[in-house]
Design a protein around this ligand. Structure first.
Ligand SMILES: Cc1cc2nc3c(=O)[nH]c(=O)nc-3n(C[C@H](O)[C@H](O)[C@H](O)COP(=O)(O)OP(=O)(O)OC[C@H]3O[C@@H](n4cnc5c(N)ncnc54)[C@H](O)[C@@H]3O)c2cc1C
Length: 361
């Protein structure tokens, strides 16, 4: 059936979903395609953590990104009458003296007051943390799988969703774009890691990273907070939790491995010995769309003004995507300039030497 829409969107991960939602909220029509492969968003832990790394560095945009993310998830919660963002404090194990020193500095810094409790907490008996625990605030996690299911149903009800593989050679580019009888003003690619196959954007320097995550259950009653010990544990309820995630930028596929499972279980039981008999209910693997300079790729193609990308949210999709969907929509509808550090035009179009191989499934 011939159809005319404002935007043809490729990919219903968190990026394509929130961008489509944002466009529809502003009265635009969309047609969203997804090949229904399990994606990074569906398996992600959805963790939002403003202060990270051994040096306990605050994300320099957190004061913009976090309020926007919370507000967006709140609006979606009200709309669907379901909770998506779970605010939960995080206990971070002090792993060495360097980290202890960083904490001593940060706790006196007024910029960190909102994010770190000023006193270390003593570890409960069940947790191995001889140097104590840092209590982090403003942390939590997004129930991404649940949110994407609700949004998919919504797009289907609006007759704006199609389950299928988009093949690049089927696209006709003129002043508009046409794909299988659907004409749109622009096409926006939100393909996650699969963007490396995209003939218009494969010159962008993605530095993909595979991640694996375990969903587990335990007879032992879990601590209520998120626990961070290099890896993390997110309690879903008193007896169920998720732990992860591994990080591998050498072998890139979506297959779960025994090696990653053993590594995750070893760090878990070292930190939290009473979970040694916890059962692994599920193991999932996928690929994060991480980039060379750790910033997203957003904007119009340098030569084709009706071809655009919204991608590269790496390991921080839940924090970054709400703000950048609004930012990109403002750019598309009101021509407000894109921030330089996320604009895909910061890279010129030539083929980078990519040092990764996607292994066949
Ligand atoms: C193990 C793991 C743990 C993670 N933990 C966190 C975390 O705690 N916090 C956090 O913020 N982020 C986390 N992430 C990262 C997070 O998943 C990403 O930042 C985010 O989900 C990226 O969303 P996306 O929509 O860009 O990509 P994706 O979720 O991969 O979605 C892309 C979609 O496009 C579809 N698609 C691609 N090409 C085509 C085509 N040609 N035709 C049709 N459909 C197509 C794909 O099938 C997919 O559905 C984690 C990732 C992994 C792998």
């Amino acid at each position: 059936m011939p159809k005319q829409v404002d935007y043809l969107i490729i990919g219903q991960g968190l990026a394509g979903s929130l961008l489509s939602w944002e466009l529809m909220q502003r009265g635009c029509s969309i047609h969203l395609l997804d090949n229904q492969q399990e994606n990074a968003s569906q398996i992600a832990a959805g963790l939002i953590n403003p202060v990270t790394g051994m040096r306990l560095v605050k994300n320099n945009q957190i004061d913009t990104l976090l309020p926007c993310a919370k507000q967006s998830y709140q609006v979606l919660s009200q709309f669907f009458q379901k909770d998506f963002y779970i605010a939960k404090s995080m206990l971070r194990i002090v792993r060495n003296e360097k980290e202890q020193l960083s904490y001593q500095q940060r706790r006196q810094d007024p910029n960190y007051l909102k994010y770190l409790e000023p006193e270390l907490k003593q570890a409960p008996k069940s947790i191995h943390a001889p140097l104590g625990l840092i209590q982090q605030k403003q942390t939590g996690y997004l129930l991404t799988h649940k949110l994407l299911s609700c949004l998919k149903n919504y797009f289907q009800e609006q007759q704006s969703y199609q389950a299928c593989q988009f093949n690049y050679q089927d696209l006709q580019l003129n002043n508009t774009v046409t794909w299988q009888g659907i004409t749109a003003k622009k096409i926006i690619f939100c393909e996650g890691y699969q963007a490396i196959y995209n003939p218009w954007f494969n010159y962008l320097p993605f530095q993909l990273a595979k991640g694996e995550i375990l969903t587990m259950s335990s007879e032992h009653i879990l601590i209520p907070e998120i626990l961070n010990y290099g890896h993390w544990l997110i309690p879903l309820d008193t007896h169920h939790f998720r732990t992860g995630a591994s990080f591998d930028n050498a072998i890139l596929n979506t297959q779960a491995t025994t090696q990653a499972k053993q590594q995750l279980l070893a760090t878990l039981t070292h930190t939290y010995p009473s979970l040694h008999s916890a059962a692994v209910d599920k193991q999932q693997a996928n690929i994060r769309p991480t980039t060379l300079d750790k910033a997203p790729f957003i904007g119009l193609h340098p030569n084709y003004k009706n071809v655009a990308i919204f991608n590269g949210f790496g390991a921080k999709g839940s924090l970054q995507i709400p703000y950048y969907s609004q930012h990109f929509v403002q750019h598309l509808l009101k021509q407000t300039p894109l921030e330089d550090q996320v604009n895909c035009l910061r890279y010129r179009q030539h083929k980078h030497t990519l040092n990764y191989v996607i292994k066949p499934q």
